[in-house]
Design a binder for this molecule. Structure first.
Ligand code: AMP
Ligand code: MG
Length: 418
């Protein structure tokens, strides 16, 4: 799955530290989209990545039709008959009318086909109907309230491009051109492991100095949100042999391996030596806070991303780096990275870090009712409550002092989590 064709990508091994943007560019250049497709009914295709474009064999709408409940007329008849026309037929949606006889009106409803010869629909609110006749103001506009053939989609047009992650609107659009089944890429298989002797699973009693494995559930949730199939390699003990064995299994069973914890260079950190044993390490530092140690490499041909174990750091690095990496491997076309929104700060940031910093943030209403970005009171990367509190991250530039009211870059979870 590794794309080695791009040998001009910066080599980050050997202690070189990349910026956030360099790291995203580096990671996404190292992998390529997986092969393999499946054909699914629209009911099952939400969130999947389209492998073949959806083309239309129809015009939508298929014929000129009424945009309103009202009266279909030939506009030129109005002046000739002083706005008074007999109502000669009634055309509800789903019916087909007769050609409009000269000097008559047709009672018509939203979505019903225009009768042949009619060119204008007059909304019922401005008309007066009585005794089989309708009185219509003379100033109505010719051609009003008609939806034209092919105004939404033309026969032969590409309706949804390959590489699109399918949203509810895309499913509706495919249905509107009569397409019932879509060719999508198979799900990306991602193996995850949690490294740490201190970890226990919820539901089990905690031993002395143990903590519960929160990352397993958070990472699994992120991967599911991003449409991946998860291969759980479980909790891996802090020793080289167990780490190597888990990675080798991940390489056999998955397209990508994501590890949490054990990624620094301490005696108890075995991700890097294990990657070096099985393949090669290509990146291990990014200039951000939290999440500075970050490993990327290849184990037996399968890419591996090693994220720090602190839960907040895991969340931030997964959102910033695993997400675009996964999107690239899933074959998502276009923008892989999140697009920040500029929104005013509802806080002062007077002690900036030397690194690009990501704080847990959410949108709140300021005193004037306008949206502003609030940050969680604790900067600690061990406080997971901050992520649950937040609805986004605020990206704070290295060394930049922010005062309340200054614009800041907000990365909404609405975007990071899809
Ligand atoms: P590490 O990256 O392995 O040095 O771990 C950094 C911190 O994150 C330590 O306090 C670990 O106990 C904690 N940690 C590591 N893995 C997990 C996990 N899966 N769930 C919760 N905390 C973790
Ligand atoms: Mg550890």
């Amino acid at each position: 799955m590794m794309d080695r064709s791009n040998d001009c990508a910066p080599v980050a091994a050997g202690g070189k530290t990349l910026t956030r943007d360099e790291a995203v560019a580096f990671l996404t250049a190292r992998v390529s989209p997986i092969d393999g497709t499946e054909t699914l009914g629209l009911e099952a295709a939400l969130g999947r990545v389209l492998a073949e474009p959806v083309m239309s064999t129809l015009d939508v709408p298929g014929w000129d039709n009424s945009a309103m409940d009202g009266y279909a007329i030939r506009h030129a008849d109005l002046a000739a008959h002083e706005g008074r026309l007999p109502v000669a037929q009634r055309i509800p949606a789903g019916a087909v009318g007769e050609p409009l006889a000269p000097g008559t009106a047709a009672r018509i409803f939203t979505g019903a086909p225009m009768p042949e010869g009619a060119d204008t629909v007059v909304v019922q609110e401005v008309c007066e109907a009585s005794d089989g006749q309708v009185r219509i103001p003379l100033d109505v506009k010719a051609g009003a309230n008609v939806r034209r053939t092919g105004e939404d989609i033309r026969t032969g047009a590409e309706v949804i491009a390959a590489g699109t992650r399918l949203t509810p609107a895309h499913l509706g659009l495919a249905a509107s051109v009569g397409v019932a089944r879509l060719v999508v890429r198979r799900r990306l298989r991602v193996a995850m492991l949690s490294s740490g002797d201190e970890l226990a699973l919820p539901g089990e009693p905690l031993g002395p100095s143990q903590i519960y494995n929160s990352n397993r559930f958070m990472l699994m949730g992120l991967l599911q949100t991003w449409g991946c199939e998860v291969v759980d390699l479980g909790i891996v003990a802090d020793d080289l042999e167990s780490t190597v064995a888990a990675m080798a299994r991940g390489a056999r069973e998955a397209d990508l391996i994501i590890a949490s914890g054990g990624v620094s260079v301490g005696e108890e950190d075995h991700i890097k030596p294990a990657v070096e044993r099985l393949g090669r390490l290509e990146l291990h530092q990014v200039k951000i806070r939290p999440g500075k140690p970050l490993a990327f490499g290849e184990v037996q041909g399968t890419p591996l991303l090693g994220c720090p174990g602190n839960p907040v750091s895991l969340f931030v690095t997964a959102a910033l780096f695993a997400r675009p990496l996964i999107r690239r491997m899933q074959g998502v076309a276009g923008e892989l990275d999140v697009r920040p929104l500029r929104i005013r700060a509802g806080f002062d940031w007077l002690r900036p870090d030397k690194r690009l910093e990501f704080q847990r943030a959410r949108l709140e209403r300021g005193a004037d009712g306008e949206l502003e970005v609030a940050v969680y009171p604790s900067r600690s990367s061990a406080v997971l409550s901050s992520v649950a509190w937040a609805d986004g991250l605020v990206q704070l530039q290295p060394g930049r002092v922010v005062e309340r009211g200054d614009p800041v870059e907000f990365l909404p979870f609405g975007e990071l989590l899809h």
